[in-house]
Unconditional design. Structure first.
Length: 261
């Protein structure tokens, strides 16, 4: 999942990770460990596009724990602490699962990320840095993470059809392709991104007059299709890609305004 910069981890916890129950000290401790593990992994793996969550159901009566429910004193103690005054049944989850799926289909079927910056330089001084894929290495935040990534270029740099294919072992870079699909000199550049089995996306740069310079906008659009899980993922895409776009734009600004090495 780390090389792919995408993943979903779901741990199975328990309500006992939050509330203590008489006679279940060791079990409560183990479930509490799962809860803490989930929070730590979420913090650790979040930068790689991996989400980590924990399902913590309450008490359900199943064949696995049937022996507990043969103790009337225990059942009375347990039910007294449950708002419904009864343990859950597996069928109680049917509606919740259906709702999650339905909500997933109602979420946006596409994701959009966009950042902009005003650069104190004319568009003709900035445009070549973007349209020429080889020059992207001077400011790309992903290239900064792995300067040694393998890159293969085809086509005439700066023209429609020029393409770069990259391969990296770095977990935040991964592998993929980018191809220039449209060029409007000093005004706009469009590219198509490929991430193998993880789908495709489109990106663009626009250049227009801004306050005391040129407003450069970097955008990203991805079709999430009919996969409800993908649509949930789309909700966090701005938080994942946006900061990288901001960093790249700041570097372009530095270079265009004469602050580069």
């Amino acid at each position: 999942m780390i090389p792919a910069r995408y993943g979903r981890v779901i741990n199975i916890g328990s309500v006992t990770s939050v509330f203590g129950y008489a006679g279940l000290g060791p079990y409560c401790a183990s479930r509490g460990g799962t809860r803490q593990l989930t929070m730590s992994l979420a913090d650790d793996r979040g930068p790689y596009g991996i989400t980590v969550n924990c399902l913590a159901p309450g008490w359900f009566q199943t064949a696995q724990n049937q022996v507990l429910y043969e103790n009337k004193e225990w059942v009375d103690y347990l039910c007294d602490r449950i708002p419904l005054k009864r343990p859950g049944q597996p069928t109680d989850l049917n509606g919740a699962v259906a709702i999650l799926v339905v909500v997933g289909f109602l979420l946006p079927s596409s994701a959009h990320v966009e950042r902009d910056i005003v650069i104190n330089a004319p568009p003709e001084a900035i445009f070549p840095m973007v349209v020429n894929l080889k020059e992207n290495n001077e400011w790309s935040p992903w290239n900064e993470q792995d300067p040694d990534m393998k890159q293969t270029y085809t086509g005439t740099d700066g023209e429609v059809g020029s393409k770069v294919e990259w391969e990296s072992e770095h977990p935040k870079v991964g592998s993929g392709t980018q191809e220039v699909t449209a060029v409007e000199p000093n005004k706009r550049v469009d590219t198509h991104l490929g991430f193998g089995d993880h789908g495709t996306a489109d990106a663009y740069f626009t250049f227009e007059p801004g306050d005391g310079g040129t407003k450069v906008t970097w955008g990203f659009d991805s079709d999430l299709g009919n996969n409800p899980i993908g649509r949930y993922f789309g909700l966090v895409m701005d938080g994942m890609i946006g900061p990288m776009y901001e960093k790249g734009l700041e570097k372009i600004k530095e270079l265009a305004e004469g602050g580069g090495a």
